[in-house]
Each structure stands twice: as structure tokens, then as C-alpha cells.
Design a protein around this ligand. Structure first.
Ligand SMILES: [Zn+2]
Length: 321
């Protein structure tokens, strides 16, 4: 494996002190949304039953309040969420906490190792299934707990760049070499996840987004409260066959807690890594090993990806002090 050098381009660092008697407050919480073993894992085209829990799935919530406006950011270890589920969360949270429904942002990490909270994708009525009901209720719980945890805080944010893990996985191919797509179309110019070894590659179909951005909040004394990051790397998973897992997003959160020495706090330090664009493939090495079709055999390389990103972010966090 090549030695990879961390490249950090620190573009913006800012710290806001609470000059006006700590009017600014923040609170965070997380709750378990791990499904029962046996439910279908939906990362691929064909769902298959889960057989093991490698690591739990969480809904994570950060609430910010400047004394005038209250916002909630929710990130869930799910491949996606239906808008009916999100609507239900917003309805319940507003009803129970008065936090306006329109001030609640909800996203999924896009782990490929979770059961579906999407429900019937073609549904026109809000008829949530059992797992969706559980997830909706648990997100509402987590938002409520984050509000309970609101405390005086200061906030910082930073933007960095880590381009080595993001690739555009859609490529222009030589005319006539794109096979029929899964829906039968034969006039595509661009193919998703072509083999890196293909002689028919022409060029990527667009740019990548290498930006890592984060918001960090801590108490006036410096106790970490929460960190919300965003990066455009598609899932990197593969903990084991039919394993439920938060994929690298969960590793990132766990490792950040450890590296910041903040994994034994009350209230807990909550880390979230939200998904940006679906950048892929993860590594040059993986390309050289043959491309997307080999990821199951090679993603052990990416076990190191989360710590690398963590290292980058730690450098950024140091700038916040
Ligand atoms: Zn995906």
C-alpha cells in the first residue's frame, strides 16, 4: 500500500465566543436504531436477510439555539429515509418540544449495511411499516434528549480538503461500449462503476467534491459536546457477509470520540458524519486492484480511511482552540 500523505487545506476556521452571557446553547444525543437480525439488508440491487450485528446503528442529533432560533440536525445510520418518515418525525418533535418542524434537518449516512427505512418507494400515503415507526419514534426521542441536554456552548467551524478518497464513479466510455443499463436502455454515454482496468474508459463524467466541513460545539470550559462533519465519500463497508453495520460512518464517529478522549462523558459527546455526494471509488489502490467489482475483497484498505479522515479533522479542530 502506498504511503498516503494527509493534505489539509484549511480554508476557514472561526470560533464564536458567547460574548453575551452564553446565550448560545447546544445539546446532542444519540439513540439506537438497530433493526432485528433477519431483516433485509438493502445496500445492493437485491436485498438479503441480515444474520449478524457487527456494530449498532444510531440516530444522532445536534440541537443549536441562539436564543431566537432553534435548529436540529439529525443524521441516521440508514441508506435513506422516506419523506413520510421524516414528516412524522417533524410532526412529533414539534408537538412534543415546540421545535418548529421546518427547523429539523434529517439525513441518512447511506450505510449499505442497514435495513430499509424507505418503506414502499412508490407509496403515496404515509403508511409507515413497523421499522419506520420505530425509527421515527426513536429520532423524536433523540431530538427530545438533545433538547434536554441544551447547555451554554461555543461553536466553531472549519473546511478542509481530502481529495484522495473521492472519485467520480461515472465515466464516459468509448462510443458503443456501454452495455444496456439495468432498465434496458442502450443509448447511455456514461457507465457507473466501470472496471478501472477497462480499455474503454474516456474520462470521468464530472468533478468530485473533496471538501470536509465540520461544525464543532463545546462547553465554555472546553468539554466537547458534539461534532457534525460532512464528506462526499460513498459508503465503505463490508464488515462481513450479511452483517448489519454503520459502515465507515460509524467507525469515524467511534474513532473521533476515542481520539478526542471524549468517549466517557455524561451527557455523551456525539459525533455525526453526514453524507455529501456519492463520491466513489475510495482509493487509488482499489482502482489498481480492478475497480468496484473487487471492493469486497479489498476494502480492508479502507479500514484505515476513517482514522485518516479523523487525523485531518483533528488538525482542523486544533485550529479552533
Ligand atoms: Zn450507495
Amino acid at each position: 500500500m502506498k504511503t498516503l500523505t494527509i493534505v489539509l487545506l484549511l480554508a476557514v476556521v472561526s470560533v464564536v465566543s458567547a460574548a453575551d452571557s452564553w446565550r448560545f446553547r447546544a445539546g446532542a444525543a444519540r439513540g439506537d436504531i438497530t433493526p432485528f437480525v433477519g431483516g433485509n439488508i438493502v445496500g445492493g440491487f437485491n436485498p438479503f436477510p441480515s444474520k449478524h450485528i457487527h456494530d449498532p446503528l444510531y440516530a444522532r442529533c445536534l440541537v443549536l439555539d441562539n436564543g431566537e432560533t432553534r435548529l436540529a440536525f439529525v443524521v441516521c445510520d440508514l441508506i435513506g429515509l422516506s419523506h413520510f418518515l421524516c414528516d412524522e418525525v417533524r410532526r412529533v418533535v414539534e408537538e412534543e418540544t415546540k421545535l418548529p418542524a421546518g427547523n429539523i434537518l434529517i439525513s441518512g449516512t447511506h450505510t449499505h449495511s442497514a435495513c430499509s427505512a424507505l418503506g414502499d418507494r412508490f407509496a403515496t400515503e404515509p403508511d409507515l411499516d413497523d421499522y419506520q415507526k420505530f425509527v421515527a419514534r426513536r429520532i423524536a426521542d433523540v431530538a427530545r434528549c438533545a433538547i434536554n441536554n441544551l447547555a451554554p456552548a461555543r461553536i466553531g467551524w472549519a473546511v478542509g480538503s481530502e481529495p484522495r478518497h473521492v472519485f467520480n464513479r461515472r465515466w464516459f466510455m468509448k462510443p458503443g461500449t456501454v452495455p444496456p443499463n439495468p432498465f434496458g436502455g442502450t443509448n447511455d454515454l456514461v457507465k457507473m462503476n466501470p472496471s478501472r482496468a477497462s480499455k474503454d474508459l474516456v474520462k470521468p463524467a464530472g468533478p468530485t467534491d473533496p471538501e470536509i466541513c465540520l461544525i464543532a460545539v463545546q462547553s465554555p470550559e472546553g468539554r466537547p459536546i458534539a461534532l457534525l462533519a460532512n464528506y462526499s465519500l460513498h459508503y465503505v463497508g463490508g464488515p462481513g457477509p450479511a452483517h448489519i453495520s454503520a459502515d465507515y460512518f460509524g467507525m469515524f464517529c467511534d474513532r473521533m470520540q476515542q481520539l478526542l478522549g471524549a468517549d466517557r462523558q455524561d451527557p455523551p459527546f456525539v459525533v455525526s458524519l453526514a453524507h455529501g455526494y456519492f463520491g466513489y471509488l475510495p482509493t487509488v489502490e482499489q482502482h489498481q486492484l480492478g475497480g468496484y467489482e473487487t471492493w469486497l475483497g479489498t476494502n480492508r484498505l479502507e479500514i484505515e480511511a476513517a482514522p485518516k479522515i479523523v487525523k485531518t479533522l483533528l488538525g482542523m479542530l486544533e485550529q479552533l482552540k
